[in-house]
Design a protein around this ligand. Structure first.
Ligand SMILES: [Zn+2]
Length: 66
């Protein structure tokens, strides 16, 4: 189902945020397609962020056990 531009802008208004992974400032724009980003600038940053978090968590666990 295609949303009209007005519908998209109402549902996903333009917001400004800093990517949690790389720190770049992102301004979303849903005039052409639904821009649902709120935390990361792109999918690869989201994956990278979670990879880092998981690695740190594992390291901490190993230190506690040692
Ligand atoms: Zn990023």
């Amino acid at each position: 189902m295609r949303m009209s531009e007005q519908e998209r802008l109402r549902k996903y208004p333009s917001i400004r945020f800093e990517c949690r992974n790389c720190g770049i400032t992102v301004v979303t724009d849903s005039t052409r397609r639904a821009d649902k980003r709120t935390t990361y600038c792109c999918a690869s940053c989201e994956r990278e962020y979670w990879r880092k978090v998981t690695r740190h968590a594992n390291k901490r666990k190993q230190q506690e056990e040692a």
